[in-house]
Unconditional design. Structure first.
Length: 122
């Protein structure tokens, strides 16, 4: 309501991206070497997919609403995905979901304040 749908979406996208990238770099710097050395088997296939098609896979994963946001951030840092693919995939993949949340909140706020005087609402 304060920023509207366009600026609200932009601000949430920036904030969510900063948080996602901090988690990615934290897990990448603290755990990637251990995972690469000790985890084998089925994880290798996932790691190969993220290394070879990281941008597409990250966009697809971000568009699935049931995958926990933070889990994906930390797991991506442990994978072999290229950082630029993670960043762009996260940025592009989050836009639709964030827009829906911001638009819904803005619409609900407008409905709530529709019958009130502007001075009363602020």
């Amino acid at each position: 309501l304060t920023f509207g749908t366009t600026y609200g979406t932009l601000y949430v996208l920036i904030g969510a991206n900063i948080g996602a990238n901090l988690a990615f770099w934290l897990s990448r710097s603290l755990g990637r070497d251990f995972v690469a050395k000790h985890v084998k088997g089925p994880i290798d296939a996932i790691d190969r997919q993220l290394r070879n098609q990281g941008l597409l896979r990250m966009i697809q994963l971000r568009l699935i609403p049931v995958i926990p946001f933070n889990m994906l951030n930390f797991a991506s840092g442990l994978s072999g995905i290229k950082p630029i693919h993670y960043f762009l995939g996260t940025l592009l993949g989050m836009i639709p979901g964030i827009f829906v949340y911001v638009y819904s909140a803005s619409a609900l706020a407008q409905l709530y304040f529709a019958g009130t005087d502007v001075d009363e609402a602020t």
